[in-house]
Design a protein around this ligand. Structure first.
Ligand code: ATP
Ligand code: MG
Length: 409
């Protein structure tokens, strides 16, 4: 028998309803903030992620599903959304026509990670990208938008951490200070961090193995006056609207971030980030466009759902059609369509089964009523409507059935 691939999942109802609910909340909030939906392709050039997400990131080094297609193209199944958004922005010439763009996307991402709770090889991200606004107001706006979505969905137990990674002026100094500090402890670092130390020392702070023990000990970032002013303003705008704490250890695992970075965290497992993002003021330029500021975030739908937990979503009341005789099948079938057209959830049509089998299915579906049609009913152009809770029965004519049922359910 065919088997599911490790790290991938089938998601049935009622779990799948959580996703729809979260997506609906997100769409409503995105609309309030004037963000428009961008539907991105799942496959991109591998190079896109190597160049933007970053060659030394876990995503590109270890987690990316990259492959060569029959035409010898080097492709990747997207591990994240931002590079695709920026590619689409540049390729479709928004730079010339409408440089300020607010996009959102909803889609599955793929990373070959070790599967565990809250960490899957295929997972859903809902993301937002605000391109073309360098003002601290944009940072505050996207953070509050994220909060609004999470709040609307009903997840409550999370903390918000923010930090500034500075710019090309102040980060190199910090980078060097970090290298000096970490070099002294090089031998005690995990294998990965030993390489990170040279290529991207900030990433050591984000390491799932080593990160924690440097808390409070590593040198902290000295921002240049512009970056400090930006960060101060972001915090001023957020004050009173969202609870947050500044965490100097928050560095994020992607290469393209500058200035503001943030995470919404729930629980204390290593997969505690329910959503994360930051500014990426140099990415558009690095990808071949003009210097264009931008900020964005992505939330992991599974983790947001896990942090809220399932809530009971009431199943709509429904009717179930039973035909007692082959001669009645067509009339029953046509009536089912008429009742659906009236807006009532309608099931049935298991007409190859006997009445007992059909009634059993009505029970399994959790239907409130059975609509039964036999040859007597057909002759009189009426049905027997049976309340499956009380067992009460009544006759209703074909013509009035849709409206009558609508009143009942
Ligand atoms: P982590 O540190 O947990 O590995 P990340 O830094 O790799 O997360 P991002 O690339 O910033 O995560 O992705 C944004 C969000 O997507 C994360 O905050 C998380 O909620 C979700 N996410 C990332 N990887 C996975 C995964 N493998 N399974 C489920 N959700 C994920
Ligand atoms: Mg990761």
């Amino acid at each position: 028998m065919a088997k599911l691939v490790r790290g991938f999942r089938d998601i049935f109802e009622p779990q799948s309803k959580n996703f729809t609910q979260l997506e609906n909340c997100a769409r409503e909030v995105f609309s309030l903030y004037g963000f428009s939906e961008l539907r991105l392709p799942t496959v991109e050039q591998k190079e896109l992620f190597v160049k933007s997400t970053g060659e030394t990131t876990d995503i590109v080094q270890k987690e990316m599903y990259a492959f060569e297609d029959a035409g010898h193209r080097q492709l990747a199944i997207r591990p994240e959304g931002t590079p695709g958004v920026v590619r689409a922005y540049l390729e479709n010439n928004f730079v010339q026509q409408a440089p300020v763009q607010k996009f959102y996307y909803i889609g599955n991402m793929f990373r070959a990670e070790r599967p565990q709770a809250g960490r899957y090889r295929e997972f859903e991200q809902i993301g937002a990208e605000y391109i073309g606004n360098s003002a601290p107001a944009a940072d505050a706006e996207v953070i509050l938008m994220l909060k609004d979505i999470v709040a609307k969905f009903g997840a409550k137990n999370y903390t918000v951490k923010i930090n500034s990674l500075g710019c090309d002026k102040c980060r190199p100094l910090y980078r060097q200070a970090l290298i000096d500090f970490l070099s002294k402890e090089k031998d005690t670092l995990c294998e990965n961090c030993q390489t990170r130390l040279e290529k991207n020392p900030l990433r050591v702070l984000d390491c799932k193995i080593d990160g924690e023990r440097f808390k409070g000990r590593v040198p902290t970032m000295q921002l240049c006056p512009e970056c400090q002013a930006h960060f101060d303003e972001v915090q001023r705008l957020l004050k009173g609207k969202i609870n947050f704490e500044v965490d100097p250890m928050l560095v994020r695992g992607l290469d393209y971030y500058s200035r503001t970075v943030f995470e919404f965290q729930a629980g204390d497992a290593s997969q505690n980030a329910i959503a994360a993002g930051g500014r990426y003021d140099t990415l558009v330029k690095n990808m071949g466009g003009p210097a264009t500021p931008a900020i964005g975030w992505a939330m992991g739908a599974e983790r947001v759902i896990l942090s809220r937990g399932d809530v009971e979503i009431a199943k709509p009341k429904s009717v179930y059609f039973v035909s007692m005789d082959k001669a009645c099948n067509e009339a029953a079938f046509n009536l089912m369509q008429a009742v659906r057209a009236a807006g009532v959830r309608t099931e049935g049509g298991l007409f190859d089964k006997n009445i007992k089998g059909q009634m059993k299915q009505a029970d399994r579906c959790g239907a409130s009523y059975a609509v039964i049609i036999g040859s007597d009913e057909l002759a009189a152009r009426e049905v027997t409507l049976k309340d499956l809770q009380t067992g009460n029965q009544q006759k209703i004519s074909f013509d009035t059935l849709p409206n009558e049922v609508k009143k009942l359910v």
